[in-house]
Design a protein around this ligand. Structure first.
Ligand code: HEM
Length: 421
């Protein structure tokens, strides 16, 4: 492997790790803009499991093969979630950028076995009671309110102004925060800051405020339960502690917001840039539903996920994996694995992609359905309200966010005929 490979930034060549051999850095502009090229190169040079370097040149394995990702996610006793197994912790600095989402926390994300089944079951039951028709209509109202803030101007930036706030407002309301109000606005703002650092802002401080607000929410719902996800988790017969519910409500909110926002943004981009799709709802070419599904195959929001940690020495895709090694699952690469889908992705009706993962720690039922209700309502509402909306830049000018986890646009500028209100 050489520095000419996309993903290897200018400057020092990536070090060769004795255990992995030469590895590729998962960073750099080329990787952000065209990750599919990196996956193609890695597959060609390494096969379905490639040695890579995370930030600060920390070695890990990137799993690119559809069968290998399915195997890892389906064998949680061999590839487990508790990141404290990692044998590299002594190399990781306290300000490591990936730490907030890789460092162990006692939430549903990291617990294992029987405890995980209970926690995931409580979440599923609390989400399953959500009325999906009401959720769709709530998202339409949220969408209308956001659009009315920029409709008169004839132009907008849809990631900040629309794709991110729709799912964020929807999920905090599902969890029992009142509609509107400064309190909810502050929580929405702090969640954004904690997940997606802005210059001059402190994501850790923002996360602290989120935690404090959710602790308060749990206290309020314990005293006065309502018809919401948090109250249902608290009164579940499993009898979770308030601390566990706080952790899992934060997980639900964060896990819902980022991927759903990027699902909305990536689908709008596809609709606005690809002639196969109508840019008007009445246009009658391929539908919004087909765009949403195509994005899950070709531009999936959770492109990579860190990860799983090997419980014992094992083999994967012809590689010797050591106990305590970190395995990063590339859902984006698996979805486009030419060994499984030689003709490319397999069409609008097929949902065999791995975009919601698989196995014990997959995105829990019915979260994928709720995410689709939110995303579809958001996209359809925008196209209905601004029927002549067009991209406000050349497609090649669009920039992707520098994230190993998320495939999402930094900005999506659009133009349309101003709407008089
Ligand atoms: C209402 C929206 C959503 C909610 C409430 C939600 C909730 C969650 C939760 C609680 C988990 C942790 C599961 C566990 O560790 O047991 C999770 C995992 C996951 N979610 Fe979602 N999610 C939502 C939307 C999405 C979307 C839109 C995507 C991508 C298209 C997505 C992809 C994933 C993936 C890939 C994982 C699993 C990572 C792994 O295998 O460890 N989620 N989600």
């Amino acid at each position: 492997m050489t520095d000419s490979v996309p993903g290897a930034p200018d400057g020092a060549p990536p070090p060769a790790c004795p255990a992995h051999g030469p590895a590729v850095r998962l960073s750099g502009l080329a990787y952000q803009q065209t990750p599919s090229e990196l996956y193609r190169t890695l597959r060609r040079d390494h096969g379905p499991v490639a040695p890579v370097l995370l930030d600060n040149d920390i070695p890990a394995w990137l799993v690119l093969g559809y069968n290998e990702v399915s195997y890892v996610t389906g064998n949680d006793e061999l590839f487990a979630r508790d990141s404290r197994r990692w044998t590299r912790w002594d190399e990781i600095p306290p300000d490591w950028p990936l730490l907030p989402y890789v460092g162990y926390q006692p939430s549903v994300l990291f617990v294992e076995g029987a405890e995980h089944r209970v926690r995931a079951g409580v979440i599923s039951e609390a989400l399953d009671a959500v009325d999906q028709m009401e959720l769709a209509s709530m998202c339409q109202s949220i969408g209308h309110a956001l659009i009315s803030a920029f409709a008169g101007s004839g132009r907008a930036e849809l990631m900040e102004g629309y794709a991110h706030p729709v799912p964020m407002h929807a999920i905090v309301r599902l969890c029992g925060m009142p509609a509107g109000g400064l309190d909810t606005e502050n929580l929405v703002r702090d969640l954004r800051l904690s997940l997606d650092a802005h210059e001059g802002e402190d994501p850790v401080a923002a996360y602290g405020r989120v935690q404090a607000r959710i602790e308060q929410l749990v206290k309020e719902k314990r005293a006065q339960p309502g018809d919401d996800v948090t109250s249902r988790m608290l009164r579940h017969p499993a009898g979770l502690s308030d601390e566990s519910v706080v952790q899992d409500v934060i997980t639900i909110i964060a896990a819902a917001q980022q991927p759903t926002a990027n699902w909305i943004g990536n689908s709008l981009r596809l609709l606005l840039t690809d002639d196969r799709f109508a840019t008007t709802v009445a246009g009658g070419k391929l539908s919004v539903g087909q765009a949403l599904n195509e994005v899950l195959w070709l531009d999936t929001p959770t492109q990579n996920f860190i990860g799983r940690w090997a419980v014992r020495d094992t083999q994967l895709g012809g590689r010797g994996i050591k106990a305590g090694d970190c395995v990063v699952m590339s859902f984006a690469a698996a979805n486009t694995d030419p060994g499984v889908w030689p003709e490319g992705h397999v069409g609008a009706e097929n949902s065999a992609h791995l975009s919601f993962s698989n196995g014990e720690h997959r995105c829990p039922f019915p979260a994928p359905q709720l995410a689709e209700v939110i995303a579809r309502a958001a996209v359809e509402t925008l196209l209905e309200q601004l029927p002549d909306v067009v991209l406000g830049a050349e497609p090649y000018e669009l920039r992707w966010r520098p994230s190993i986890w998320m495939r999402g646009l930094a900005a999506l500028p659009v133009d349309f005929t101003p709407v008089l209100q």
